[in-house]
Write a protein that binds this ligand. Sequence first.
Ligand code: B12
Ligand code: SF4
Ligand code: SF4
Length: 386
Amino acid sequence: MGVKDLTSGIKRHARSLGFDLVGVSPAGPLPDGQRYKEWLSRGHAGEMHYLERRVERREDVRNILPGAKSVITCGLNYNTDTPYSTSCGDSRKGWIARYAWGDDYHDVMDERLSSLSGFIRAETSGSAGIMRYSDTGPVLERAHARYGGIGWIGKNTCLINQETGSWIFLGELITDVELEYDSPAPDRCGTCTRCIDACPTDALTGPYALDSRLCISYLTIELKDSMPFDLRDKTGSNIFGCDICQDVCPWNRKAPATDEASFRPRPGLYNPGLDSIVSLGPEEFRTLFKGSPVKRAKRRGLLRNALVAIGNSGDPSFVPVVTERLGDEEALVRIHAAWALWKLEGKGALGPLLGMKKSEEDPAVLEEIDHLLRLIDDYGMLEASG
Ligand code: B12
Ligand code: SF4
Ligand code: SF4
């Protein structure tokens, strides 16, 4: 079969498998590799040290599959007919990012990519070498998607398609089969800067530049430690990921909804009550988030985030649920419960914090309590009066 027919056969098959977008780019050194190395050297990957490994594979997929000739990038729409975070202002609720409402996309993408891979093998009498990835390896996925004509890189750093918007998961097959290549899509951001203006933490340090250390998505999903003190106030109600720089993007205004049933919001994940999230026990957490991307944060990470959102809500009716978490089994949760109580009660947190300090043994929790106590003016007065 000729290169042209094989390419259109693969694209037709990808669409029949449910992929919304498919494009092909040549395997070879990517000019974007330089951009990537500069991003790393600025420290913008934060604690995601895995991104510093195997950079040569990201620069050129032939270091993954020797002899590779083509990268087939597939895009799957995960948008649903559900309001954006920017129109949900209920301070008693938390925001889980759109991508995480349904089943874990890694599983959905892998199954489809595996079928597409089987199709290519059959069409090439089993001779094709193929590797498949979807957020699972050292591949610059957005860069390949751009070269494959799937969309452009927006100033929010997301891959945007003119028709579908940016609610797209990416996955790719790297293959030694020669195919017909697409051309990169033009940049359609123009003079718009909505995403940069809307980012609450200034993580978009300029157009096409994201500092993960400031990004709420990183802080609520990837960061395993305490949330940096000065950023807590800025993360709003986001408890897992962040959609703001995509919610405000004009290219998402008319984004179509996906047909993919597994991305529909699972009960309880769309804009959930913060009191129910912060009260989840280990077993309830496991049951609720089985097969969901949210399990990545682990219970302690999700409760940390929910406590920060509760602190930001300014709603004193949360005090009882926060007080309960002062005795949580996880130090990370106790740290953020102490902070949330201080945010909600101010000086009123003095008694509970002093009480907590008496029995606390974890150095990181003690450090947080001492920091908060220093911030409560009354404490200084108490010390002075003996
Ligand atoms: C690390 C990572 C993160 C980090 C850093 C994100 C970032 N912007 O770099 C954090 C944790 C913050 C994150 C957040 C999110 N992520 Co993420 N993440 C990744 C991961 C694993 C690597 C990305 C990376 O290498 N970043 C480093 C930067 C420098 O690289 P880059 O963004 O890919 O950009 C390269 C090219 O696009 C090009 N380029 C960039 N800008 C420009 C501009 C111009 C003009 C040109 C010509 C080229 C160009 O050069 C860059 C370097 O090579 C990818 C999967 C993968 N293997 O690619 C998923 C991925 C990027 N994430 C994804 C998603 C869905 C998200 C979130 C939406 C989740 C959420 N709702 O919370 C947010 C979006 C935040 C945002 N505005 O980007 C999707 C993005 C799909 C899309 N449509 O773009 C991916 C592709 C996973 C997937 N397989 O679907 N993520
Ligand atoms: S995901 Fe949120 S915090 Fe990160 S760059 Fe976008 S708006 Fe800013
Ligand atoms: S909000 Fe505007 S600048 Fe940002 S990605 Fe969308 S179109 Fe581009």
